[in-house]
Design a protein around this ligand. Sequence first.
Ligand SMILES: [Zn+2]
Length: 68
Amino acid sequence: MNNSEPKPYTTCGLEVSIKHLLLECRQFNEERAKHNIPNSLSECLNNEPLNIRNTLQFVKDTNLYKTI
Ligand SMILES: [Zn+2]
């Protein structure tokens, strides 16, 4: 009957992916701005220590680590 488990972070109705959550999801616009998340995935995950730190902090703040 009711076997569809609620998926985390689909409030926007779009597919959950690292890229979507880090770059696209409106749900996290505020957090992205707060942590100065770059607007490309390669920048988020490149070897720039500041970007990595911001990205990790963003992930932590939004509890995304439970999802990704
Ligand atoms: Zn979304």
